[in-house]
Ligand binder design. Structure first.
Ligand SMILES: [Fe+2]
Ligand SMILES: [Fe+2]
Length: 138
C-alpha cells in the first residue's frame, strides 16, 4: 500500500465531507414547500453522518501519520432551495462520493482491517443516503 497516495486520497475525501456537511446543513435550513419539517430533519441527519465520516477520516489520516486537511471542496458547495433541486444536487453528489469511496476501497489491502472497514462503512452510509434521497423523488 502506497501510504502517501492513500493519505492524498483520504484528504481529498475529507475536504469533500466538509463540503457535504455544509451543503446538507444549508439545504436543511433553506428548504421550502410541503413537508418541510420531516425533510429538513432528514437532511440534517444526513449532515450529521457526513460529519461523522469527516471525524473517522481524520482519525485514520492521523493514524497513518498524516495531517488532516481543513480544506473544503468548493465545487461540492452547490446551493439549492426547492425539494426538486435539493434532491437533484444531492443525488449527484452522493453518486460522486460513492465512486470516490469505491476507488479508495480498491486501493486498500484487506489486511488493513481498520482502514478498510472504516471506508467500507462510510461507503455503505453513502449508498444509504442515495437510496433515501431517491425515495423522496416523485
Ligand atoms: Fe460522507
Ligand atoms: Fe452522503
Amino acid at each position: 500500500m502506497d501510504r502517501e497516495k492513500i493519505l492524498t486520497v483520504l484528504n481529498k475525501a475529507l475536504a469533500q465531507e466538509h463540503a457535504c456537511f455544509i451543503r446538507y446543513k444549508t439545504h436543511a435550513a433553506v428548504i421550502t414547500g410541503p413537508y418541510v419539517k420531516p425533510i429538513s430533519e432528514q437532511l440534517d441527519e444526513i449532515a450529521e453522518d457526513e460529519e461523522r465520516h469527516a471525524r473517522d477520516l481524520r482519525d485514520r489520516i492521523t493514524g497513518l501519520g498524516g495531517t488532516p486537511t481543513m480544506e473544503v471542496t468548493e465545487a461540492d458547495l452547490i446551493p439549492a432551495v426547492t425539494l426538486e433541486e435539493i434532491l437533484r444536487v444531492n443525488i449527484e453528489e452522493e453518486k460522486k462520493a460513492i465512486a470516490l469511496y469505491q476507488e479508495i476501497l480498491d486501493m486498500i489491502p484487506r489486511e488493513q482491517r481498520l482502514l478498510y472497514e472504516t471506508i467500507e462503512h462510510i461507503l455503505q452510509d453513502e449508498q444509504e443516503h442515495l437510496e433515501e434521497l431517491q425515495r423522496l423523488q416523485s
